[in-house]
Design a protein around this ligand. Structure first.
Ligand SMILES: *Cc1c(COP(=O)(O)O)cnc(C)c1O
Length: 392
């Protein structure tokens, strides 16, 4: 028996793993100390729990515990990385390199800095959503102060050549930031091997709680960051504010689980994705995949169903929760800027659906989804003049 509706929107958020919730619960009730008030036992126990979480999070990305700065999520981590570097770098330069398909949490701070006088290069991507590391190398000038490239795209799951970009950034001594919110815990990430200087992540994309994230900030060679707000000087003076101990404990547990289970879980998700894709392909004509066929997150499948409005498909399909375009812009009727950036025509961008498979999805759910989607597409196409009058 499967429970309806089926949640297949795991790039927008994820369910908290019961093991994560269990780890968090004591920190709401008995263990309610302030991790900065260590003059007594309550504070010391809270501080110890935070430090254990910090170690687990650092271990998940090959970092040192001291290099983890807690934030309210990836949006804040991205803002802190980009604005924090920009504020410290006015003597060195005023040029930032990023990519057209980044999340709004990276694009919008870059656009704000652009309005304030910074030069920003938004690198284009090709039809598959990728770009060569050479294009980063060519964009670097002696005024470049930051390179920001996401590790895995939240709409198409496309993976960027992070290690190659890290090498280029290091060779030019330009700090390298990556928004790895969709990547951490899903694919291997190592800040040392990949020469990453700043890395954003978020607990709620990896079966942890909403409202907590982290920015990795390299200590050797050090990256200097101005804080976004002033206060008690927590987190190496980079992020003031009392730490949300229960959320941080949950994020630590979520990282530990994701890393331990990554080999088996990524293989399982890849098999489910292939099953979903092949099942839909067998039943639906004129189905196209958006993004790279193989260089993508194991749980991501982004498809366009020609002649069917993605929004109409969502509305007529009560059993499956997926998103059309990006969840973050779905209030906005414009086709997704990410799909536009790969050169997808507006009609196919409007006909796109993002399937995000996650830890709690099962094979039965995939089979049910194939039936629901194929039936709904059939039904909608039979009412579509465009479909009925299409050429041979
Ligand atoms: C979800 C997401 C964010 C925003 O994360 P929050 O923790 O919700 O602020 C940023 N970047 C990417 C790539 C994301 O997928």
């Amino acid at each position: 028996m499967i429970k309806l509706p089926i949640f297949m929107d795991n790039h927008s958020t994820t369910r908290v793993d019961p093991r994560v919730l269990e780890a968090m619960l004591p920190y709401f009730m008995e263990e309610y100390g302030n991790a900065a008030s260590t003059s007594h036992e309550f504070g010391r126990r809270a501080a110890a729990a935070v430090e254990l979480a910090r170690e687990r999070i650092a271990a998940a990305i090959g970092a040192q515990a001291k290099e983890i700065i807690f934030t309210s999520g990836a949006t804040e981590a991205d803002n802190l990385a980009i604005k924090g570097v920009a504020a410290m770098s006015h003597k060195r330069g005023n040029h930032i390199i990023t990519v057209a398909t980044e999340h709004h949490a990276v694009l919008d701070p870059c656009k704000r800095l652009n309005r304030e006088g910074f030069d920003v290069t938004f690198l284009p991507v090709d039809r598959l959503g990728i770009f060569g590391p050479d294009s980063v190398a060519q964009a670097i000038t002696d005024r470049t102060i930051l390179i920001s490239v996401m590790a895995a795209n939240n709409e198409m799951g496309t993976l960027a050549p992070i290690a190659a970009i890290g090498q280029i950034a290091r060779r030019h001594a330009v700090p390298f930031h990556t928004d790895a919110t969709q990547a951490v815990g899903k694919i291997p990430i190592d800040v040392e091997a990949m020469n990453i200087d700043l890395l954003s992540m978020s607990a709620h994309k990896m079966y942890g709680p909403k409202g907590v994230g982290a920015l990795y900030v390299r200590r050797r060679p050090p990256v200097r960051l101005a804080p976004l707000f002033d206060g008690g000087g927590h987190e190496r003076n980079m992020r003031s504010g009392t730490l949300p101990v229960p959320l941080i404990v949950g994020m630590g547990k979520a990282c530990e689980l994701a890393v331990a289970e990554m080999p088996t879980e990524s293989a399982r998700l890849l098999a489910l994705r292939e099953q979903l894709h092949q099942g839909l392909n067998a039943r639906v004509e004129e189905l196209t995949i958006n993004g790279h066929p193989t260089e993508r997150l194991p749980g991501n499948l982004n498809l366009s169903f020609a002649y069917v409005e993605g929004e109409a498909l969502l509305m007529s399909m009560k059993d499956v929760a997926v998103s059309s375009g990006s969840a973050c812009t779905s209030a906005n009727p414009e086709p997704s800027y990410v799909l536009k950036a790969i050169g997808l025509p507006d009609d196919l961008a409007h006909a796109s659906i993002r399937f995000g498979l996650g830890r709690f999805n099962t094979e039965e759910e995939v089979l049910h989804t194939i039936h629901c989607v194929a039936d709904t597409v059939d039904r909608l196409r039979r009412m579509s003049a465009g479909w009925l009058n299409r050429g041979p």
